[in-house]
Ligand binder design. Structure first.
Ligand code: XBP
Ligand code: MG
Length: 272
């Protein structure tokens, strides 16, 4: 419980950096997992990933890396590493194409409260960014469906898996986003759903607001600015949300600012 982290002087919030998978939408269970299974079938492989197994495999970030990890214990996987890598590349490419088809049907909605917070940020002149370790094509497919072909214009920076050498929990995507925006870590907030994502943000020095996704409802997550079940509800958050707000109001910019201010005045921020 209650992990404390020192937080130095905090100025006005300038940017909100969004993780994609699990945070903007529940893309892992209903998107990537399903697309992987379709890709296995299309490639003539008998492998299938159940919801439960995929939850375990999520400990490895990066879809291609995840597949390579799983192949280590698959009897039918090629014995030579180079052959496994080639197969992983082929299947992963196919998976991404099938994922784009899947999200292109509109079956994966934005998580509730996401669009609201993005609108609030833009209205207040805050910049929005994407900091994800998924492939750029996947981000494009998802956000194109929800925000239209010009979606990227709404984001001041978009850092994806291909842009960095190391994926989350490495801080590389967040560090690159900060460099591009020309701001300090404490001028940003990250919105994340998973332990690896929070670790990446924190390693870059960025306070993280955690909206737990389906696979990480029970996960131990420490050193976050706030942790809760999602922006859609004001219940179940730590630290608890300000009193007096309409219970039906989603968690928004005012709440994030209140968490930052409280963390600042108390010189710490608490998680679980
Ligand atoms: C996302 C990932 C990705 C996706 C699949 O992590 O780990 O690997 O599962 O996308 P985060 P790719 O939400 O922390 O960014 O197949 O393109 O890797
Ligand atoms: Mg995520």
């Amino acid at each position: 419980m209650a992990e404390m982290t020192a937080m130095a002087e905090i100025g006005p919030l300038k940017a909100v950096l969004w993780d994609v998978d699990g945070t903007i939408a529940e893309t892992e269970r209903d998107g990537h997992r399903v697309a992987f299974n379709r890709a296995f079938e299309a490639c003539g492989l008998p492998w299938r990933w159940s919801e439960a197994l995929y939850g375990e495999l999520l400990h490895t970030t990066g879809g291609r890396e995840r597949l390579l990890h799983d192949m280590q214990t698959r009897p039918m996987a090629p014995a030579r590493l180079a052959d496994r890598e080639a197969l992983a590349r082929t299947v992963h490419e196919k998976k991404n194409a099938l994922y784009a088809d899947l999200v292109g049907t509109g079956l994966i909605p934005l998580r509730e409260g996401v669009a609201n917070l993005m609108v609030q940020c833009r209205e207040r002149g805050l910049r929005l960014g994407i900091a994800t370790t998924t492939s750029r094509s996947n981000v494009d497919a998802l956000l194109r469906w929800h925000f239209g072909a010009a979606w990227a214009q709404q984001f001041a920076v978009v850092v994806c898996g291909e842009d960095v050498q190391r994926k989350k929990p490495d801080p590389a995507v967040y560090e690159q986003a900060l460099r591009t925006l020309g701001i300090g870590a404490l001028e940003a907030v990250a919105i994340e759903d998973s332990p690896a994502g929070v670790a990446a943000a924190r390693a870059a020095g960025i306070p993280a607001v955690v909206t737990r996704s389906a696979y990480f409802e029970q996960a131990t997550i420490s050193a976050a600015l706030a942790i809760g079940p999602g922006l859609h509800t004001r219940r179940g958050w730590l630290p608890t949300l300000r009193a007096g707000a309409d219970e039906r109001e989603p968690v928004g910019l005012k709440d994030i600012e209140a968490w930052r201010a409280a963390a600042d005045s108390a010189s710490h921020f608490a998680a679980e």
